[in-house]
Design a protein. Structure first.
Length: 133
């Protein structure tokens, strides 16, 4: 019978993995996994805002497909504005990057990431993780 750790490891190796360094914050937490409401409430506001902005940009561009000739020019203009907002959001999100919890990944993928910790983490430790792409 597989343990939870074995199942997680099996899932980790089945997904794609990219060897690349990205900034992350890692903070081990005491206690069990939070319920969904507690988890969502703990997500920093800039991360929620960035996610919502991305979805709004995508929805706006889809709507333009029905406009015809001028849609391409308008889409280009909106994409330029979206890039400006992305730069601003990148700056705001970077303010959430805490140096005392910062690490760089060795790899990341569809089922997890790898990094070298300053001290060993116990297997299955509940951990707050922020990725700064």
């Amino acid at each position: 019978m597989q343990t939870e750790l074995d199942q997680l490891n099996e899932a980790f190796v089945q997904f794609f993995k990219v060897e690349h360094a990205i900034a992350i914050n890692v903070l081990p937490l005491a206690g069990p996994l939070p319920d969904e409401a507690t988890f969502v409430a703990a997500i920093p506001e800039p991360f929620l805002l960035a996610g919502n902005m991305g979805q709004l940009n995508l929805n706006s561009l889809r709507s333009l497909q029905r406009l015809g000739e001028l849609a391409e020019e308008l889409a280009n203009y909106l994409q330029q504005q979206a890039r400006k907002l992305d730069l601003l959001m990148h700056y705001v999100i970077r303010q959430q990057d805490l140096p005392e919890h910062r690490y760089m990944t060795q790899s990341y993928g569809g089922a997890g990431l790898t990094f070298l910790a300053k001290a060993p983490l116990l297997p299955l430790t509940v951990t707050e993780l922020k990725l700064f792409l």
